[in-house]
Design a protein around this ligand. Structure first.
Ligand code: GRF
Length: 208
């Protein structure tokens, strides 16, 4: 049984997709053991509580500096003794010590087809604003392992989503969530929970 901790920062719609997929059996061999938010009072924490999952807020505002917050975040993750850490709309840089301790055991959902529109400054709505600004006809989402870089870890899966003529950033974000993020993240967790993938030479391989 894969023990999973989910990190959120806001609405938690990706967390909800995971909760629902575990509940309806789309994701198997998985137990959600905890949710951590860096922001107080967000819907992501409410979703966890409603699903009976232990939820805590570890906010940078409660620590004197970034190093203390990083230590508290890592201690908070460790306290759940997870096999996998899932970043679901988590907008805080993961401490190097956490990447090292959970090597190839942290995954992230990014709302573009990496390597497009990713890296420092590309998060949330900004990603879709840049995609519209560039005039791309296809965008999508990527689920990947987290390494020391920003959105640079081994890619697990991607799903393309059409950009339509009258899209606003908000409309496009919603379509990418519905048609890509909310499908990719649960599927990646199910693949990991059922030992279907491994990382070889920095690339994700599916066991045949
Ligand atoms: C979404 O744009 C998602 O792509 C990004 O964070 C935003 C909020 O996600 N990762 P959620 O509703 O909190 O899961």
């Amino acid at each position: 049984m894969l023990k999973v901790v989910v990190l959120v920062s806001g609405g938690g719609t990706n967390l909800q997709a995971i909760i629902d997929a575990v509940a309806d059996g789309t994701v198997t061999n998985t137990r959600l053991v905890g949710v951590i938010s860096n922001n107080k009072g967000v819907k992501g924490l409410e979703r966890a509580e409603k699903a009976g999952i232990p939820a805590v807020c570890i906010s940078p505002k409660d620590y004197s500096d970034r190093a203390q917050f990083n230590d508290a975040l890592l201690a908070g993750v460790d306290s759940f003794e997870p096999d996998l850490v899932v970043l679901a709309g988590f907008l805080v840089k993961i401490p190097e010590a956490m990447v090292a301790r959970y090597s190839n055991r942290i995954i992230n959902i990014h709302p573009s087809l990496i390597p497009s529109f990713c890296g420092v400054g590309y998060y949330g709505l900004k990603v879709h604003e840049k995609a519209l600004e560039r005039g791309v006809k296809l965008t999508g989402a990527t689920v990947h392992f987290v390494n020391e870089g920003m959105d640079e870890g081994p890619i697990i899966a991607q799903k393309a989503v059409e950009v339509l003529q009258d899209d606003t950033a908000e409309i496009l974000q919603r379509r990418v969530m519905e048609q890509a993020e909310w499908l990719l993240l649960p599927k990646a967790i199910d693949d990991i929970a059922n030992d279907r993938i491994c990382v070889e030479d920095g690339k994700v391989k599916f066991r045949v």
